[in-house]
Write a protein that binds this ligand. Structure first.
Ligand code: WQD
Length: 385
């Protein structure tokens, strides 16, 4: 957390008040090298979230913090529809041409099942918005992007663990929007290799929360994902008496699906490493096969866990005696998504070191301190220790 005399770099985080976005903003603020601007339409996030992120940053400032360091703790927040170029221009205009150093583009709809029912909504919001954002970025001379991609680009991968060289063959409209957006980025970097630099980060399964318990995952309505659902069951927010396990007839050790869970703090730090790799003096593009400064990296632990192993880990973390029943498979599920994380480790220095029990402990700490998510009165900083 160096106090730097270098001028701050302005970075936009789209989806900044979401689960991943808020933890990425936290990681940026920890460096005190960036002035963070958040763009979020709060479709699946809570405006209060950024107040808490800023509070974490303020509380971490030394008593004699410089004005510049204090400025890094304050977030410029804009509610903007990324499918509307004029609304995006309205944000960029505030900072002028060349005023924004880079963009971390996280905002997207992400429910695999919903994407099969509403494909147009997903293509407009995930691909259309990415194109609009890139167009406005180009107009304002902002030509660096870290893009939030997903392991779902691999569909049902031919080998496990999955290397980045695996063919991209998404099974759901959601996954296809991620493949398409990666393709747009790669083609842009190929067309203008002297201007553009971009990295796509293929998330596996983020889990956990900031250890303060001040920020965490707060899905609107009933959680679709396994870990937040288990946390809601244990805290009484979801009244199900048992978990429905979507199939135990997969070719996996216990028959239930395997996923690669990584701590959201480790994932956030991966974004910081990617942003640093977009700097002019970065070596990360030196061995690119083409002139295009574009690459994709897996962000995972390389350690797959089954549904039943997750249930057991959450039983330990919460003390709640989860019951479950095996029902039919969920459409769009694949047997195993476990990353080969070696490329990001080698080229970005990325390492997802926090273990599953830590993820479950931090998730439970967030959930018990915020039984109603961000609608719960913020725990006092002292209570957050
Ligand atoms: C995990 C496992 C389910 C709920 C998520 C995001 C997706 C993408 C990847 C970003 C699966 C099983 C779940 C339940 C269950 N993220 N399960 N009962 O499917 O890997 O997808 O991560 O790109 O957008 O949704 O995660 O938590 O939904 O499911 O048995 O009630 O738990 O079948 O095998 P998934 P998940």
């Amino acid at each position: 957390m160096s106090t730097t005399s270098e001028p701050l770099k302005r970075v936009i985080v789209t989806g900044g008040s979401g689960y991943i976005g808020s933890h990425v903003i936290f990681a940026l603020q920890e460096t005190r090298r960036y002035k963070v601007i958040s763009i979020d339409n709060h479709h699946n996030s809570h405006p209060k979230c950024l107040d808490r992120v800023a509070q974490i940053a303020r509380d971490a400032l030394p008593k004699d913090a410089s004005e510049q360091d204090k400025d890094t703790a304050e977030i410029d927040a804009h509610a903007c529809d990324l499918t509307k170029p004029d609304e995006i221009r309205g944000v960029f205009e505030r900072y002028g041409k060349g005023g924004i150093w880079g963009v971390i583009h996280i905002a997207a709809y992400k429910a695999v099942g919903e994407s099969t029912e509403k494909p147009l909504l997903y293509y407009a919001n995930n691909v259309g918005a990415t194109v609009s954002l890139l167009q406005v970025m180009s107009e304002y001379g902002c030509t660096r992007m870290v893009y939030s991609s997903s392991a779902t680009v691999y569909g049902t991968p031919p080998i496990i663990p999955i290397p980045e060289s695996t063919r991209l063959k998404a099974d759901s409209p959601y996954g296809k929007t991620k493949v398409m957006s990666e393709t747009v980025l790669e083609d842009l970097c190929t067309a203008e290799p002297e201007r553009w630099r971009a990295l796509s980060l293929r998330y596996f399964n983020p889990a956990g929360a900031h250890p303060s318990g001040l920020i965490g995952e707060d899905p609107k309505g009933r959680p679709g994902n396994l870990l937040p659902l288990l946390a809601h069951m244990a805290v009484g927010r979801v009244k199900d008496d048992k978990l429905r396990v979507f199939g135990n007839d997969y070719p996996t050790p216990d028959g239930t699906c395997v996923r690669d869970y990584l701590h959201v703090i480790d994932l956030a730090k991966g974004h910081l490493l990617a942003l640093t790799a977009l700097a002019d003096d970065s070596k990360v593009f030196d061995n690119c096969p083409t002139a295009a400064r574009y690459k994709a990296y897996n962000l995972g632990k390389g350690n797959g866990m089954s549904v039943l192993q997750i249930v057991e880990a959450m039983r330990k973390a919460t003390g709640y005696d989860f019951k479950y029943e095996i029902i039919g498979r969920r459409r769009g599920d694949v047997p195993d998504l476990t990353a080969d994380p070696s490329l990001a480790q080698k080229e970005l220095g990325f390492f997802a070191g926090q273990d599953l029990q830590t993820m479950c402990r931090d998730l439970w700490n967030w959930q018990t301190k915020n039984p109603n998510g961000y609608d719960t009165e913020a725990p006092s900083p002292a209570a957050a220790q």
